[in-house]
Design a protein around this ligand. Structure first.
Ligand code: SAH
Length: 215
């Protein structure tokens, strides 16, 4: 059986990712492989590969493919890394990461989202993803340190516990700003020194927790 979605994904790669300078082999391979449509409601399958974010349950969103690729590429994964994601949402970003690292730990604060993401991970046999319900601004200290951390919700600052759980040489990416707009910040840790670069203006849903917005 030919997979029509595989053809649509090729087109997404060409028009949205390659055309905008995404050139990391692993990122492109993962975005080619992961069936993004399974992470949205089946009524939206026809729009699953469009050049925009889409709504998921509980008033949250799955990011635009280009933003997922940009964040993934910035982590410079080689296949051996332990990666922490804050904000599982649909599970799509975690799924993409899982194809090109050793293990993904992902934290979500809304139970229904976590439950449906877990179901898709099982269905796709993405067994190197573990997910838990918690306030992700506290990180997941038991499994750290992490070679890479990705926060997929926007907050006023990078939560301190996440920097503490980042390995020496590790990379962290997060949208930082106010509740209307943020800048994607890439933080690199070398020993106790951190360096931050600004990538792209973005708009994410709120990061809600002890080290972010309170509501
Ligand atoms: N990575 C997701 C994006 C989901 S939107 C995807 O690929 O679909 C951001 C998610 O972050 C939402 O599901 C929201 O509930 C979650 N979130 C917000 N604050 C959080 C926190 N403190 N801890 C864990 N998850 C949080």
């Amino acid at each position: 059986m030919t997979d029509v979605y595989a053809t649509i994904r090729e087109r997404m790669l060409r028009e949205q990712l390659l055309a905008r300078g995404i050139d990391d082999e692993g990122t492109l391979r993962a975005m080619r492989e992961v069936p993004r449509h399974l992470f949205v409601d089946d009524a939206m399958w026809g729009r699953a590969y469009g050049d925009y974010p889409l709504p998921i349950a509980s008033g949250q969103t799955i990011s635009q493919p280009f933003i997922v690729a940009l964040m993934t590429q910035a982590l410079r994964l080689t296949g051996t890394e332990r990666v922490l994601e804050i904000g599982t949402g649909s599970g799509y970003q975690a799924a993409v990461l899982s194809r090109i690292c050793d293990k993904v730990f992902t934290v979500e604060r809304i139970h229904t989202l976590l439950a449906s993401a877990r179901k898709i991970f099982d269905k796709l046999r993405y067994y190197n993803i573990v997910a838990k319900l918690d306030d992700g601004t506290l990180g997941w200290p038991e499994n750290g340190p992490y070679d890479a951390i990705v926060v997929t919700a926007g907050g006023p600052v990078i939560p301190a516990p996440l920097i503490d759980q980042l390995a020496d040489g590790g990379r962290l990416i997060m949208p930082v700003g106010d509740q209307d707009s943020q800048i994607l910040q890439l933080l690199t840790r070398t020993g106790e020194v951190t360096e931050t670069a600004n990538l792209e203006c973005v708009r994410f849903v709120d990061l809600i927790g002890e080290h972010a917005w309170r509501r």
